[in-house]
Design a protein around this ligand. Structure first.
Ligand code: PLP
Length: 400
């Protein structure tokens, strides 16, 4: 009898976490490595939020709480969804978990039966397919193209839907491409969903506030109110409030689904950290003033990275609307050999040689389901980005 479960053999560890860990190990061993793998802002959590956490500890708010969130946080989430997205929810329609990751996982665990399909646009956030597999479902990958800046078209969505489709996972702005769907682009997708009433929408709005050049974020239930009854709107405080380590994510949707997610959480982790919940109340209810200056910094870095990468031989890099990633295409580098003698037959070879020969750590495109590309996170200092892009240019210039 095998000791490990069969389910485990179907999933792989997160490649993005693996690259970050490898870069950290090499650095600790004294190697000159620049990490472009980080999935988190390099800013500190704003002080008012930290103070709210400290206050919660001092006041002894350190005990178990309601499984899926304290009433104060649920109220703050309802207010946020109304304020930012024009969506009306009551607290019984809200679930709070240990990061957006747990929320997405709970939702899939609560709904998927063997044979159920989940449509996932590629390039995708690495966890969607593996979470689907862990929950017993079948990922159906719908590939977007570089020509549409990696946004799925209505035709591509239509083609991916079958009678077995349970969920469509939507993520804008996207990890790994940074692509953000405009209202019209999203409306074209929601029109397709209206024709398929058995398909539910799981929208991952984690990067909502990280948008540039006046881009206006929108979310499916807002664009198409008829989808409200079959949409789970997922969000969190990790990215916009630089709170990745606090581990608070949330979702709003139909009560029955929220209750089912609560059941899963009650038998796994129970409530998310009480102190973090109080800090998240402050994040959502407190001043939002720091978001604009942070975005100015991110925009400047995005422009720097896009310009420098486009100067590298064999690389084409689109300018995305949001998040803190770009997803350069390395088609022009494939089939060549690096100065160090490595034949570059795919994007994984490209990233391996780049790390070994130039000390730049980035995640290869195959991990996100669309090649030949790699993901650059620009959530690091301007100096690091300039140096990393200079090394990428040198690496590409050395390809023969
Ligand atoms: C698209 C996307 N969704 C969800 C998450 C998970 O966020 P959290 O840290 O809140 O679990 C991430 C984190 O990298 C992400 O990029």
């Amino acid at each position: 009898m095998a000791f490990l479960s069969d389910t485990l053999s179907r999933v792989k560890p997160s490649p993005t976490i693996a690259v970050s860990n490898l870069a950290a190990e090499l650095k600790a061993a004294g190697k000159d490595v620049i990490g472009l793998g980080a999935g988190e802002p390099d800013f500190d959590t704003p002080d008012n939020i930290k103070q709210a956490g400290i206050k919660a500890i001092t006041e002894g708010k350190t005990k178990y709480t309601a499984v899926d969130g304290i009433p104060e946080l649920k109220a703050a989430i309802c207010a946020k969804l109304k304020r930012d997205n024009g969506l009306s929810y009551e607290p019984a329609q809200v679930s709070v978990g240990t990061g957006g990751k747990q929320i997405l996982y709970n939702a899939l665990m609560a709904t998927l039966n063997p044979g159920d399909e989940v449509v996932i646009p590629a390039p995708y956030w690495v966890s969607y397919p593996d979470m689907t597999l862990l929950a017993g479902g079948t990922p159906v990958v719908a590939e977007a193209q570089a020509q549409t800046n990696y946004k799925l078209t209505p035709e591509q969505l239509e083609a991916a839907i079958t009678p077995k489709t349970k969920w469509f996972i939507f993520n804008s702005p996207s990890n790994p491409t940074g692509a953000g769907y405009t209202w019209d682009e999203l409306k074209a997708l929601t029109d397709v969903l209206l024709r398929h009433p058995h398909v539910w929408v799981m929208t991952d709005d984690m990067y909502e506030h990280l948008v540039y050049d006046g881009f206006e974020f929108c979310t499916p239930a807002q664009v198409e109110p008829q989808l409200y009854e079959r949409t789970l709107t997922v969000n969190g405080v990790s990215k916009a409030y630089a709170m990745t380590g606090w581990r608070i994510g949330y979702a709003a949707g139909p009560k029955e689904l929220i209750a089912a997610m609560r059941k899963i959480q009650s038998q796994s982790t129970s409530n998310p950290c009480s102190v973090s919940q109080w800090a998240a109340v402050e994040a959502l209810n407190g001043s939002q003033d720091f978001i604009a200056p942070n975005n100015e910094t991110f925009k400047r870095r995005r422009d720097l990275v896009v310009a420098m990468l486009n100067e590298a031989e064999g690389i084409t890099c689109a300018t995305p609307e949001g998040a803190f990633y770009v997803y350069p295409d390395v088609a022009g580098c494939i089939g060549k050999t690096s100065e160090g003698g490595k034949h570059i037959s795919n994007d994984e070879d490209f990233c391996t040689a780049l790390l070994e020969e130039k000390g730049v750590a980035a995640v290869f495109g195959a991990a996100f389901g669309l090649s030949p590309n790699f993901r650059v996170s620009y959530a690091t200092s301007d100096e690091n980005l300039k140096e990393a892009c200079t090394r990428i240019q040198a690496f590409c210039a050395g390809l023969k």
